[in-house]
Design a protein around this ligand. Structure first.
Ligand SMILES: [Zn+2]
Length: 58
């Protein structure tokens, strides 16, 4: 089962969808996506919590 994160579920107006095998991998890719696409330089504790809450099983 894969983990899926929709960027829009974190609050961005974005079609981005991140898929990975584990939550840690999703978080890693989400950090990269946030940095490159949304110009978010760091994942604060608050953002990480939001992302964790938005991750769904596929
Ligand atoms: Zn996005």
């Amino acid at each position: 089962m894969a983990k899926v994160l929709r960027c829009s579920d974190v609050g961005f107006e974005c079609e981005g969808v991140i898929r990975a095998e584990t939550e840690e991998e999703v978080l890693k890719q989400a950090a990269e996506h946030a940095r490159t696409v949304h110009n978010l330089q760091e994942m604060t504790e608050e953002v990480v919590e939001k992302v964790r809450g938005a991750i769904r099983d596929e």
